[in-house]
Ligand binder design. Structure first.
Ligand code: CO
Length: 214
Protein backbone atom coordinates (compact mmCIF):
# COMPACT_ATOMS: atom_id res chain seq x y z
CA UNK A 1 0.00 0.00 0.00
CA UNK A 2 1.30 3.43 -0.91
CA UNK A 3 2.38 5.88 1.79
CA UNK A 4 -0.21 8.22 0.42
CA UNK A 5 -3.10 5.76 0.42
CA UNK A 6 -4.85 7.40 3.37
CA UNK A 7 -4.75 10.72 1.53
CA UNK A 8 -6.29 9.19 -1.60
CA UNK A 9 -8.95 7.58 0.58
CA UNK A 10 -9.67 10.90 2.25
CA UNK A 11 -9.91 12.56 -1.14
CA UNK A 12 -12.41 10.02 -2.40
CA UNK A 13 -14.65 10.55 0.62
CA UNK A 14 -14.34 14.32 0.33
CA UNK A 15 -15.23 14.46 -3.38
CA UNK A 16 -18.10 12.02 -2.78
CA UNK A 17 -19.51 14.12 0.09
CA UNK A 18 -19.46 17.30 -2.00
CA UNK A 19 -21.06 15.47 -4.94
CA UNK A 20 -23.83 14.17 -2.69
CA UNK A 21 -24.59 17.65 -1.43
CA UNK A 22 -24.40 19.29 -4.83
CA UNK A 23 -24.35 16.95 -7.83
CA UNK A 24 -22.51 18.61 -10.68
CA UNK A 25 -20.47 20.81 -8.33
CA UNK A 26 -17.13 19.86 -9.86
CA UNK A 27 -18.41 19.96 -13.42
CA UNK A 28 -19.65 23.49 -12.78
CA UNK A 29 -16.31 24.54 -11.25
CA UNK A 30 -14.36 23.05 -14.13
CA UNK A 31 -16.02 25.53 -16.47
CA UNK A 32 -14.90 28.62 -14.57
CA UNK A 33 -13.74 30.05 -11.27
CA UNK A 34 -15.27 33.28 -10.03
CA UNK A 35 -13.96 33.84 -6.53
CA UNK A 36 -14.92 37.00 -4.70
CA UNK A 37 -11.89 36.87 -2.41
CA UNK A 38 -8.12 36.74 -2.61
CA UNK A 39 -6.50 35.33 0.52
CA UNK A 40 -2.87 36.24 1.26
CA UNK A 41 -1.77 34.19 4.25
CA UNK A 42 1.04 32.31 5.96
CA UNK A 43 2.22 28.89 4.74
CA UNK A 44 1.81 27.55 8.30
CA UNK A 45 0.06 24.16 8.17
CA UNK A 46 -2.26 25.26 10.98
CA UNK A 47 -3.81 28.06 8.93
CA UNK A 48 -5.90 26.38 6.18
CA UNK A 49 -7.44 29.25 4.24
CA UNK A 50 -10.73 27.79 2.95
CA UNK A 51 -11.62 25.93 6.14
CA UNK A 52 -11.16 28.94 8.42
CA UNK A 53 -13.73 31.01 6.57
CA UNK A 54 -15.98 28.08 5.63
CA UNK A 55 -15.57 28.41 1.87
CA UNK A 56 -15.64 25.70 -0.79
CA UNK A 57 -13.29 25.20 -3.74
CA UNK A 58 -13.84 28.04 -6.19
CA UNK A 59 -14.64 30.66 -3.57
CA UNK A 60 -11.15 31.71 -2.55
CA UNK A 61 -8.10 32.56 -4.66
CA UNK A 62 -5.09 31.86 -2.46
CA UNK A 63 -1.49 32.96 -2.12
CA UNK A 64 0.54 31.73 0.84
CA UNK A 65 4.14 32.26 1.84
CA UNK A 66 6.08 32.26 5.10
CA UNK A 67 4.72 35.06 7.31
CA UNK A 68 2.37 36.44 4.62
CA UNK A 69 4.85 38.91 3.18
CA UNK A 70 3.99 41.16 0.22
CA UNK A 71 7.07 42.58 -1.50
CA UNK A 72 7.05 44.87 -4.52
CA UNK A 73 9.83 42.79 -6.09
CA UNK A 74 8.15 39.40 -5.59
CA UNK A 75 6.95 38.39 -9.03
CA UNK A 76 5.01 35.47 -7.61
CA UNK A 77 2.87 37.44 -5.17
CA UNK A 78 2.49 40.43 -7.52
CA UNK A 79 1.30 38.14 -10.32
CA UNK A 80 -1.29 36.57 -8.02
CA UNK A 81 -2.57 40.02 -7.05
CA UNK A 82 -2.62 41.23 -10.66
CA UNK A 83 -4.48 38.19 -11.96
CA UNK A 84 -6.94 38.23 -9.05
CA UNK A 85 -7.70 41.93 -9.51
CA UNK A 86 -7.56 42.34 -13.30
CA UNK A 87 -8.89 39.01 -14.54
CA UNK A 88 -10.87 37.38 -11.74
CA UNK A 89 -12.03 40.77 -10.43
CA UNK A 90 -12.11 39.76 -6.78
CA UNK A 91 -13.90 42.25 -4.53
CA UNK A 92 -11.86 41.68 -1.39
CA UNK A 93 -8.22 40.98 -0.61
CA UNK A 94 -7.81 39.35 2.80
CA UNK A 95 -4.30 39.69 4.20
CA UNK A 96 -4.34 37.22 7.07
CA UNK A 97 -1.56 36.74 9.60
CA UNK A 98 -1.73 34.48 12.61
CA UNK A 99 -0.76 34.60 16.25
CA UNK A 100 2.31 32.58 17.22
CA UNK A 101 3.76 32.90 13.69
CA UNK A 102 7.17 31.20 13.48
CA UNK A 103 8.35 33.55 10.73
CA UNK A 104 7.46 36.61 12.79
CA UNK A 105 9.15 35.06 15.82
CA UNK A 106 12.31 34.30 13.82
CA UNK A 107 12.50 37.95 12.73
CA UNK A 108 12.83 38.92 16.41
CA UNK A 109 15.60 36.45 17.29
CA UNK A 110 19.37 36.34 16.75
CA UNK A 111 19.46 32.82 15.28
CA UNK A 112 20.18 32.10 11.61
CA UNK A 113 17.72 29.82 9.81
CA UNK A 114 19.31 30.00 6.36
CA UNK A 115 17.91 31.39 3.13
CA UNK A 116 14.68 32.33 4.84
CA UNK A 117 16.45 35.00 6.93
CA UNK A 118 16.50 37.17 3.81
CA UNK A 119 12.81 36.56 3.14
CA UNK A 120 11.97 37.68 6.68
CA UNK A 121 14.30 40.69 6.66
CA UNK A 122 11.58 43.29 6.06
CA UNK A 123 9.73 41.95 9.11
CA UNK A 124 12.94 42.39 11.09
CA UNK A 125 13.12 45.97 9.80
CA UNK A 126 9.56 46.47 11.01
CA UNK A 127 10.54 45.00 14.40
CA UNK A 128 13.40 47.49 14.60
CA UNK A 129 11.03 50.33 13.75
CA UNK A 130 8.61 49.33 16.52
CA UNK A 131 11.20 48.05 19.03
CA UNK A 132 10.30 50.59 21.72
CA UNK A 133 6.57 49.90 21.58
CA UNK A 134 7.12 46.11 21.49
CA UNK A 135 9.54 46.27 24.44
CA UNK A 136 6.74 47.65 26.65
CA UNK A 137 4.78 44.38 26.31
CA UNK A 138 5.11 41.93 29.22
CA UNK A 139 6.32 38.70 27.57
CA UNK A 140 7.69 37.12 24.40
CA UNK A 141 4.32 35.70 23.32
CA UNK A 142 2.67 39.13 23.57
CA UNK A 143 5.53 40.69 21.60
CA UNK A 144 5.35 38.04 18.85
CA UNK A 145 1.57 38.39 18.63
CA UNK A 146 1.63 42.18 18.49
CA UNK A 147 4.42 42.13 15.93
CA UNK A 148 2.30 39.67 13.92
CA UNK A 149 -0.48 42.26 13.89
CA UNK A 150 1.92 45.04 12.90
CA UNK A 151 3.19 42.81 10.09
CA UNK A 152 -0.35 42.35 8.73
CA UNK A 153 -0.93 46.11 8.83
CA UNK A 154 2.34 46.64 6.95
CA UNK A 155 1.45 44.04 4.30
CA UNK A 156 -1.99 45.59 3.81
CA UNK A 157 -0.15 48.85 3.07
CA UNK A 158 2.03 47.04 0.53
CA UNK A 159 -1.00 45.49 -1.20
CA UNK A 160 -2.90 48.76 -1.45
CA UNK A 161 0.19 50.50 -2.89
CA UNK A 162 0.60 48.03 -5.77
CA UNK A 163 -0.18 49.43 -9.20
CA UNK A 164 -2.65 46.56 -9.75
CA UNK A 165 -4.78 47.75 -6.85
CA UNK A 166 -4.37 51.46 -7.60
CA UNK A 167 -5.30 50.94 -11.25
CA UNK A 168 -8.40 49.01 -10.24
CA UNK A 169 -9.49 52.00 -8.18
CA UNK A 170 -8.61 54.39 -11.03
CA UNK A 171 -11.03 52.55 -13.33
CA UNK A 172 -13.76 52.51 -10.69
CA UNK A 173 -13.54 48.82 -9.82
CA UNK A 174 -14.90 47.92 -6.40
CA UNK A 175 -12.06 46.51 -4.32
CA UNK A 176 -11.25 46.47 -0.62
CA UNK A 177 -8.06 45.37 1.12
CA UNK A 178 -8.48 44.02 4.64
CA UNK A 179 -6.08 43.03 7.41
CA UNK A 180 -7.04 40.05 9.58
CA UNK A 181 -5.36 37.74 12.05
CA UNK A 182 -6.09 34.13 12.95
CA UNK A 183 -5.73 32.57 16.40
CA UNK A 184 -4.24 29.09 16.24
CA UNK A 185 -5.24 28.58 19.88
CA UNK A 186 -8.94 29.34 19.46
CA UNK A 187 -9.63 29.09 15.72
CA UNK A 188 -10.93 32.66 15.61
CA UNK A 189 -10.36 34.97 12.66
CA UNK A 190 -10.25 38.62 13.71
CA UNK A 191 -10.56 41.82 11.69
CA UNK A 192 -7.80 44.34 12.47
CA UNK A 193 -9.98 47.13 11.04
CA UNK A 194 -7.45 48.58 8.64
CA UNK A 195 -9.63 48.20 5.54
CA UNK A 196 -8.96 50.46 2.56
CA UNK A 197 -11.38 50.74 -0.35
CA UNK A 198 -10.20 53.69 -2.41
CA UNK A 199 -7.18 55.62 -3.60
CA UNK A 200 -8.13 58.67 -1.51
CA UNK A 201 -7.27 56.60 1.58
CA UNK A 202 -3.63 56.29 0.51
CA UNK A 203 -1.01 58.76 1.68
CA UNK A 204 -0.39 61.15 -1.25
CA UNK A 205 3.27 60.03 -1.45
CA UNK A 206 2.12 56.56 -2.55
CA UNK A 207 -0.56 57.57 -5.04
CA UNK A 208 0.36 56.96 -8.66
CA UNK A 209 -1.40 58.32 -11.70
CA UNK A 210 -2.18 55.76 -14.42
CA UNK A 211 0.59 54.98 -16.90
CA UNK A 212 0.90 57.70 -19.54
CA UNK A 213 -1.24 60.24 -17.67
CA UNK A 214 0.63 63.39 -16.62
CO1 CO B 1 3.20 31.89 10.19
Amino acid sequence: MSDLQNLFDNNERWAEAINQQDPGFFAKLARQQAPEYLWIGCSDARVPANEIVGLLPGDLFVHRNVANVVLHTDLNCLSVIQYAVDVLKVRHILVTGHYGCGGVRASMQDTQFGLIDGWLRTIRDLYYEHREHLATLPGEEERVDRHGELNVIQQVAHVRHTTSVQNAWHRGQELSVHGCIYGIKDGRWKNLDVTVSGIEQLPPQYRLRPLGQN
